[in-house]
Design a protein around this ligand. Structure first.
Ligand code: ZN
Length: 350
């Protein structure tokens, strides 16, 4: 008899399956007798790591190199020069377009819990001195699902980047389209893709970094549209989940299916970059692809520099004024006499 794992009854009536069957083996292991927060258990090698050490190691396991999920805030800290981000559309959020029951409450709860307005943070920053627009999806917000706010923020970022002639980097982490927004979230795929196309037609660079997990509508649209597609080691990347595919095609899937390494092998990704090399790699790619926009910016910077130079006679005047003051040398003497008061009084005593 074939089992259908989607039928809830099979689990509900079974005493053994009080959780998902694949989690049963891990259950006992996953409860180490350690106070929460001090240690974090690596889901790959099972070793307990000091959380502080884990954070210092860019949230990578120092034993097996497993990459833990990173929040948008953490990513910007790891990636941008001085962690400085000029954020765009910080208040852009979603409404409840389908009047989905309980969506507003869940949204408010998630916002309070994560400190995010929606599942993506977009803005402008510098990576190894190279200006770029960067969007980072946060897997903690509704599992990084793509709703109208994410689509709108991404579209706006691409439009800004096209206007300013800047490259775009998007870190994807998504469970797919947000079901509470139905067709409106699916529409974002087309909307963002159109903005990506215009950005591309302007001859500008778009890099995607696929992080764990990147699935569903995000994979089917902007995640795979990058001119250069990078991925983090071991990241799950796919459209439908492996269990759904197995059910549909009635075959066992090969080992490592839908992992970043599998995608690289089959030509869906350009490079797998460990997190500690990500900033440097992105910086190098940006330098190599310095765009017309980048040149424009450089020219502007040069112009502004020239303007400053044009203003510099004033500086010169100021300097000469100081020199004149120096000639009179009254004020400096006053200062020094004030400074020396204590000592001079001492001398007097002596
Ligand atoms: Zn590990």
């Amino acid at each position: 008899m074939k089992m259908n794992p989607f039928k809830a009854k099979q689990y509900a009536t079974s005493k053994v399956y009080h959780t998902r069957p694949q989690e049963i083996g891990q259950q006992e292991e996953e409860r180490p007798n350690i106070p929460e927060g001090i240690m974090t258990k690596c889901p790959k090698c099972g070793k307990a790591i000091y959380t502080k050490l884990l954070l210092a190691n860019l949230k990578c396991c120092n034993e097996c190199g497993h990459h833990f999920k990173a929040s948008a805030k953490e990513r910007f800290g790891m990636l941008l020069d001085d962690g400085e981000l000029f954020e765009y559309d910080a208040t852009c959020t979603t409404v409840n377009p389908l009047n989905f029951p309980g969506y507003e409450e869940k949204l408010a709860k998630t916002q309070a819990k994560t400190g995010l307005v929606d599942g993506i943070v977009t803005g402008k920053g510098k990576i190894e001195g190279q200006p770029a627009m960067v969007g980072v999806m946060d897997p903690a917000f509704f599992m990084g699902s793509m709703g109208t706010a994410i689509g709108e923020k991404l579209t706006r970022m691409f439009e800004r980047a096209t206007k300013e002639g800047l490259p775009v980097i998007v870190f994807t982490a998504s469970g797919g389209a947000r079901m509470q927004e139905g067709i409106f979230s699916l529409m974002q795929m087309a909307k963002v893709s159109a903005a990506v196309a215009k950005h591309s037609e302007a001859g500008l660079l778009y890099i995607t970094v696929l992080t764990d997990p990147t699935t569903g509508g995000v994979t089917a649209s902007f995640a795979m549209l990058g001119d250069i597609i990078l991925a983090e080691p071991g990241a799950l990347i796919g459209f439908a989940g492996p269990r759904v595919i197995e059910q549909t095609i009635g075959q066992k899937l090969p080992e490592g299916f839908q992992r970043a390494e599998f995608l690289l092998e089959h030509g869906f990704a350009d490079q797998i970059v460990p997190r500690d090399q990500l900033k440097q790699t992105l910086g190098t790619i940006l330098k190599l692809h310095q765009t017309a926009g980048g040149k424009k910016l450089q020219e502007e910077e040069e112009k502004s520099f020239q303007k400053e130079e044009a203003k510099s006679p004033k500086r010169g005047e100021a300097e000469s004024f100081q020199m004149e003051e120096g000639k009179y040398s009254e004020k400096p003497k006053e200062k020094s006499s004030r400074d020396m008061e204590g000592k001079s009084s001492e001398k007097k005593v002596n």
